[in-house]
Design a protein around this ligand. Structure first.
Ligand code: ADP
Ligand code: MG
Ligand code: ZN
Length: 609
């Protein structure tokens, strides 16, 4: 709008300017007197004329008294001839200064054109400017409805070999690529081709990556759009963008259309979460319409990715739409190692690094986290002025990602250091002394992030199931710090608060979720979880106050048992506890091997928790 006003203002200003220019040029300088040739003759003879400028047939005359006049001669004859014929004496002629100006064509035309054509040009230019800017505006308006389709213009080509793990996803997608390459094979068997494939999994598990690999593997046009681009300021834009995206893909068929982050538009209509958004619903409806509108043999396959399949509108998941669903899980141990290998390419690592050991230490890491880890390791190595990143840097990077950067500079008093050392030694020793506990990978009293110190214990391989015994061992180990402080100093510190919080949570889950308490095989409370984000959104209490009291009692029993276990172990192994704490105060960090070597002389026999 303001653009239009600006244009109008400019036009008005320009017109005023032109008008001014003209009034300047056109001011009639005092109109000189026009003389007849006879009169001119008389004037020359009487010596009043000093100069005559001849310009074609025009004569510009200057008088002795300073005034000027004009006259016109006949075309056929020259000026002197004409004057002579009219009876100008030759002496009078000589007193007049004749100047013949041969007017060039250029000057002549300029004289003619400037007053007539120039204003036209200026006005034309103004109109052109206005037109141009308004046309640009109109183009922008058109573009609102255009989807920003990126035609497989990913900078570097990704192939399936660049994707580690994700076996099921790859198999499914290889089939799709195969279909696009030879549809006949499938059609002959009467197979209906999948219309839509939904990739779902936690953030960073490689959904976008695997889709890009499909683009790299299949030699068909691959259109990419992020659903969040659909939803912009103006209502109706999303729907028209969708239409446009599908039309473009259809025109290019066989083709793949990839809609990333489809949850941005695909959430359940009227679900209330995030408030009703007409725009989103219209876009979603349009997607549904487009997917239904495909003919049986339209060779366009829609890929979509989301990490919130739980909120997707059920209509999207109906057969004929996204009827194939591929789940991308967090990578397991082997996959983590493979992912690390892929991202080790192009990084300079020391020869003896064992990526498996890094994989062991990174359960729960997504592909993106692992890629990040490799990069962090390289950065840490550079900061240490090393030529290559070693095992140390890789471990350091993993801890930095889990716990935050080391805070070596934090000043702690000797007393605090002692408390932390005994606290962590307590955790580690209990872990080493109960059956079914995971091995200790590292003990440290260097503070990291919010943690004062930490004991890292991890299973050597991935666990999908966990037993009651393992949970009991976990609980005892969590209590190790608290128990150690109490045993050593006769007092406890705030350093144990996080342990207690986590232990309490775990104990409660044992009772309410896993049926592992004396209350029997039963769950309590209805919990809704965000599928891939592992967060609980609500817990509904579906039991009586009496049952609630009983649950609390059971939770308490678990915790007390764990505490007593820890205390028993530490009391029995007091010399080992002191040893570990002393070494920790001195060295600050103990790796897996150092730790178990330190314990050897004490010949600890693990007991059941
Ligand atoms: P999302 O699932 O959130 O779309 P991305 O595909 O964007 O995750 O993954 C982010 C990055 O993580 C990728 O660019 C890649 O570097 C890395 N990555 C994730 N999964 C894998 C994998 N399976 N193999 C190799 N690299 C992976
Ligand atoms: Mg993604
Ligand atoms: Zn602790």
């Amino acid at each position: 709008m303001s653009n239009l006003f600006k244009n109008i203002l400019w036009a008005v200003l320009a017109l005023i300017f032109v008008a001014l220019l003209f009034s300047l040029f056109m001011t009639p300088a005092k109109q000189p007197q026009t003389l007849s040739l006879n009169q001119l003759t008389t004037d020359i003879n009487s010596g009043q004329v000093t100069q005559i400028m001849v310009n074609g047939n025009d004569l510009a005359i200057k008088m002795k008294n300073g005034s000027s006049a004009i006259a016109e001669k006949e075309t056929e004859s020259g000026i002197s001839e004409t004057l002579k014929n009219l009876g100008v004496s030759s002496t009078a002629m000589q007193s007049v200064d004749f100047q013949v100006q041969n007017q060039s064509g250029w000057a002549f035309w300029m004289n003619l054109l400037i007053p007539t054509v120039l204003p036209l040009l200026i006005i034309g230019f103004i109109f052109w400017m206005m037109f141009r800017s308004s046309r640009a505006g109109a183009n922008q308006a058109f573009n609102f409805g255009r989807s920003n389709l990126h035609l497989s213009n990913f900078k570097d080509k990704v192939m399936f070999t660049d994707v580690a793990g994700l076996k099921e996803a790859k198999e499914e997608l290889i089939e799709v690529v195969d279909f696009l390459k030879n549809p006949k094979k499938f059609m002959d068997l009467g197979a209906r081709i999948p219309r839509g494939i939904l990739l779902m999994g936690p953030p960073g598990t490689g959904k976008t990556l695997v889709a890009r690999a499909v683009a790299g593997e299949s030699n068909v046009p691959f259109f990419y759009i992020s659903a969040s681009e659909f939803v912009e300021m103006f209502v109706g834009v999303g729907a028209s963008r969708t239409r446009d995206a599908f039309a473009t893909a259809k025109r290019a068929a066989p083709a793949i259309l990839f809609i990333d982050e489809i949850d941005a538009v695909g959430r359940q209509r009227g679900a209330g979460l995030g408030g009703g958004n007409d725009e989103r619903e219209q876009t979603l409806n349009q997607i549904l319409v487009e997917m239904d509108g495909f003919d049986r043999d339209t060779r366009v396959i829609i890929l979509a990715a989301t990490n919130r399949p739980d909120i997707l509108d059920p209509a999207l998941l109906r057969p004929g739409r996204f009827d194939r669903r591929v789940i991308l899980d967090l990578p397991d141990l082997n996959d983590r190692e493979a992912i690390l290998k892929i991202h080790a390419q192009g990084k300079i690592l020391e020869k003896d690094v064992d990526l498996r050991k890094v994989a062991v230490r990174t359960p729960g890491f997504s592909g993106a986290d692992l890629a990040n880890l490799m990069n962090e390791a390289a950065i840490i190595a550079a900061r240490r002025n090393k030529k290559a990143a070693g095992q140390d840097e890789l471990f350091e990077a993993s801890e930095k990602i889990i716990l935050g950067p080391e805070r070596k500079s934090r000043v702690i008093s000797p007393k605090e250091k002692e408390i932390t050392a005994y606290h962590e030694a307590g955790h580690a020793l209990v872990a080493a002394a109960v059956k079914d506990a995971d091995p200790v990978q590292k003990v440290s009293i260097v503070s990291r992030g919010f943690a004062g110190g930490y004991t890292m214990k991890l299973p050597m391989e991935d666990q999908h199931l966990k037993t009651r015994q393992q949970f009991l061992a976990d609980l005892a180990m969590m209590m190790g710090g608290y128990a150690s402080e109490k045993l050593t100093f006769g007092d406890v510190s705030t350093g144990a608060s996080n342990d207690l919080k986590e232990a309490t949570n775990l104990a409660r889950q044992l009772v309410t979720r896993y049926g592992m308490s004396d209350m029997g095989p039963m769950t309590f409370g209805k919990t809704e979880e965000l599928l891939f984000l592992g967060r609980e959104i609500s817990t509904e209490k579906n039991y009586s106050e009496k049952v609630a009291a009983e649950i609390d009692e059971q939770v308490r029993a678990f915790l007390m048992h764990a505490f007593e276990m820890a205390q028993k172990i530490l009391k029995a192994q007091k010399p080992a506890l002191t040893k570990i704490a002393t070494v920790l105060m001195e060295k600050e960090t103990l790796e897996h091997d150092d730790f178990y070597n330190l314990l050897k002389p004490f010949k600890i026999k693990p007991i059941a928790a």
